[in-house]
Design a protein around this ligand. Structure first.
Ligand code: PMV
Length: 404
């Protein structure tokens, strides 16, 4: 097959943002909004990148190599992160305009690094390819757009170099029609490892939450670098709301650090309280699953925990008037919302409990849209990285991405 089409989900932090920086636990889940990548073999030595979401169209030769990057020949299992020097050299070799945006530069540099390193670890160099990327996620809003890109990149190029071979098939109908496949656990671990190499180029020193949840899907508990996959998570419905207010995770994390250092006796207990909220919420989700998703009192608890968490984050100074407005609009109809990720803008999520009248959700969405917010109704715990074989109505594979 000439074309490889893969997709990976975005993520939402349900609880524990900021506190996780202080060794507390965080709860993150994958989304049902995905990034799609198609890689089509060419007959020549060109790499054509077409990423319309970030307005990038670029053609490069595929023989680019940089001394200093040193994934051992043949050892694909031990990828080496790019050094600052290699990143700088790749920026120069990328052929990008001087006025290229940060997201264009980082997407191209991480692509080139992963491509050249996987190529070196392959029996024969990777061929020339056309690469298309399209995402259902807003870019740079804290919903894991870069992690889902990195995971797609790792999966598609590892597959192109025959380092992984999809082996587990799932069909979406009662017929034998094959729509999608995934890889063995070890192969999926390899995808996660390589996606982290790309994430490091995009984010400097990421915690590993995003690319883990995006690779495996479902929900994870994250604490001090340790990741536990949570099988006890129901696929609940949420409303994602983008305030469209730009924010810098780095600045927000550093502002919280200043406050923490100054008032450690005050802020420390807030971090402990967020940790307790996360623990209670994990337990509640697990009880919900045991109760067949339909316990109004457990949903009530989840709503209260969301409100408490938002209040604590507000006290840390990481909310924003637009995020507070989302909470007001949703609360007027009895729904519960909190910021997700670094805050200071970016996104919020609102829990949609099973009994919520459709008209109320419609009303909230139209009110939020009228006030300039962007919103999507979606599920959490979407499937992790997969390879697509033919079109399935379950996925909105963009036109031109369908396997040939
Ligand atoms: O902005 P996001 O969605 O990448 O989330 C940042 C989460 C923080 O806890 C604030 C920082 C971190 O590194 O965990």
């Amino acid at each position: 097959m000439r074309r490889i089409t893969v997709s990976a989900p975005g993520k939402v932090i349900l609880h524990g943002e900021h506190a996780v920086v202080y060794g507390k636990k965080a709860l993150a889940a994958s989304l049902n909004l995905r990034t799609y990548m198609s890689v089509t073999k060419r007959g020549d030595n060109l790499i054509n990148l077409h990423f319309p979401d970030i307005e990038l169209k670029l053609s490069l030769p595929c023989g680019i190599d940089v001394s200093g990057n040193n994934t051992k020949n043949g050892d694909v299992t031990s990828p080496i992160p790019a050094s600052d020097d290699v990143i700088e050299t790749l920026k120069k070799l990328s052929g990008l305009d001087v006025d290229a945006s940060q997201s264009q530069t980082l997407a191209v540099v991480s692509f080139l690094y992963v491509y050249t390193e996987i190529s070196k670890a392959s029996k024969s160099p990777l061929p020339g390819i056309d690469v298309g990327v399209q995402s259902e996620l807003p870019i740079g809003a804290g919903l894991g757009s870069s992690a889902s890109y990195s995971v797609c990149l790792a999966a598609a190029l590892l597959q192109l170099g025959s380092h992984i071979n999809e082996s587990k098939f799932s069909s979406n109908t009662e017929t034998d029609t094959l729509y999608q496949s995934s890889w063995t656990h070890n192969e999926t671990e390899l995808i996660k490892k390589w996606s982290y190499i790309s994430e490091k180029i995009m984010h400097g020193n990421p915690s590993g939450v995003d690319n883990s949840v995006t690779t495996f899907g479902g929900a994870i508990e994250f604490r001090k670098g340790n990741i536990t996959n949570l099988s006890q998570m129901p696929e609940i419905k949420i409303l994602l709301v983008n305030t469209k207010v730009p924010r810098s995770t780095k600045t927000l994390v550093s502002n919280v650090r200043t406050k923490y250092d100054k008032y450690v006796d005050v802020i420390g207990p807030i971090m402990d309280a967020i940790d307790a909220v996360t623990t209670r919420s994990i337990d509640t989700y697990s009880n919900l699953l045991d109760n067949g998703h339909s316990s109004p009192s457990l949903y009530k608890d989840l709503g209260e925990l969301i409100d408490i968490n938002q209040g604590l984050l507000r006290t840390l100074g990481v909310s924003h008037s637009r995020l507070d407005r989302v909470c007001e609009v949703t609360a007027a109809l009895g729904l519960h919302a909190k910021l997700t990720g670094a805050g200071g803008g970016g996104c919020a999520f609102c829990l949609i409990t099973p009994g919520t009248p459709k008209a109320d959700v419609k009303e909230v969405m139209s009110q939020l849209r009228a006030e300039g917010f962007e919103c999507w109704k979606t599920n959490i715990c979407g499937q992790g990285v997969i390879r697509h074989w033919t079109h399935s109505e379950h996925y909105n594979i963009p036109p031109g991405f369908l396997p040939e």
